[in-house]
Design a protein around this ligand. Structure first.
Ligand SMILES: Cc1ncc(COP(=O)(O)O)c(C=O)c1O
Length: 307
């Protein structure tokens, strides 16, 4: 079944899903000249609630700036559109996808003569790596693909064309029987998964690669850091070599799609004893407590929607 919903916002209007169309000469289709976000609305006792929506739209505007594709809306306006589209579709939980892209005019590589088009979709969506994965973890490989260097592309932005890098990492991992691949950056240090940031726990200390290791500054990454510090763990943003992956007591991924998912093996070597570890579980418990189990939203991460 293709992903879909009843309504979608496109260029200023909420319209029926099937009417949201573009011409095949759309610039973004040819050259990846688009920017996007992936946001969740969780089902809570008080209805759907958008998780850290403002931060996602701030990052969308940042990606727009880097890609030189002006955003048609401000952060506040994007938030309102997201709320309106979840409401229009009457979704109790949702994946929200805004996309701003260069439209149809010419095929010159510099697309700035093309109009800017934008959509925001909300669709029903379950867990990306599966429910089982949240408890038992996933098996991953170190990718043969390097993460893109920051003097070549913009790892800190979510620009459509850059996701060829993520596709290479994910397709290779899947073909090799792994759930995900971890890319090494151009300097030889651990970077991130195709759509997740990575955390490594060693002797009770939590390590995660810094922004300079060609990572996207994940919003779930930031949430995990805040939770871990609040729980009293030491968190170090530090460039890490590949062997840290093999020496780790625990590893977990963070991402809007993956949420907080343990990694149980890397390159067929078990991480720790091959089971979810106590630090991962402690961070997960706080995270899922807030987004799923009505624990106090102490950081103000949720924006409730009245359906
Ligand atoms: C390459 C990449 N890294 C990391 C992440 C995780 O970021 P976030 O937690 O903001 O979803 C994503 C997903 O957006 C991603 O595409």
């Amino acid at each position: 079944m293709p992903m879909r919903a009843n309504y979608i916002w496109m260029n200023g209007k909420i319209i029926p899903w099937d009417e949201a169309k573009v011409h095949v000469f759309t610039h973004a289709l040819h050259y990846g000249s688009s920017v996007f976000e992936g946001i969740r609305a969780y089902e809570t006792a008080d209805g759907p609630a958008i998780f850290r929506g403002r931060e996602h739209f701030e990052r969308l505007l940042f990606s727009c700036k880097i890609a030189r594709i002006p955003s048609p809306l401000t952060v506040d306006e994007w938030m309102q559109v997201a709320i309106d589209v979840v409401k229009a579709n009457q979704l109790r939980s949702a994946y929200i996808r805004p996309l701003v892209f260069r439209g149809y005019e010419t095929l010159g590589v510099d697309g700035r003569k093309c109009p800017v088009d934008a959509i925001l979709a909300s669709v029903p969506w379950g867990r990306y790596l599966g429910n089982e994965a949240i408890e038992n973890g996933v098996d991953v490989q170190v990718s043969t693909w390097r993460r893109m260097a920051s003097n070549m592309l913009s790892p800190m932005a979510k620009i459509g064309g850059q996701y060829v890098s993520s596709q290479n990492i994910a397709m290779e991992a899947h073909d090799n029987g792994f759930t995900e691949g971890i890319a090494i950056d151009i300097n030889g240090y651990v970077s991130e998964g195709s759509g997740e940031n990575i955390f490594i726990i060693h002797k009770g200390v939590i390590y995660t690669p810094p922004l300079a290791s060609s990572i996207l500054g994940g919003i779930t990454r930031d949430s995990a850091i805040k939770i871990a510090l609040d729980l009293g763990y030491e968190v170090k943003e530090m460039a890490m070599t590949r062997d840290m992956l093999y020496l780790a007591d625990e590893i977990f991924f963070t991402g809007t799609a993956a949420e907080i998912t343990p990694v149980r093996s890397v390159d067929r070597l078990p991480v720790g004893d091959g089971k979810r570890g106590p630090v991962t579980k402690a961070v997960q418990d706080v995270f899922f407590g807030i987004v799923e189990d009505n624990a106090p939203d102490k950081w103000g991460w949720l924006t409730p929607i009245q359906l």
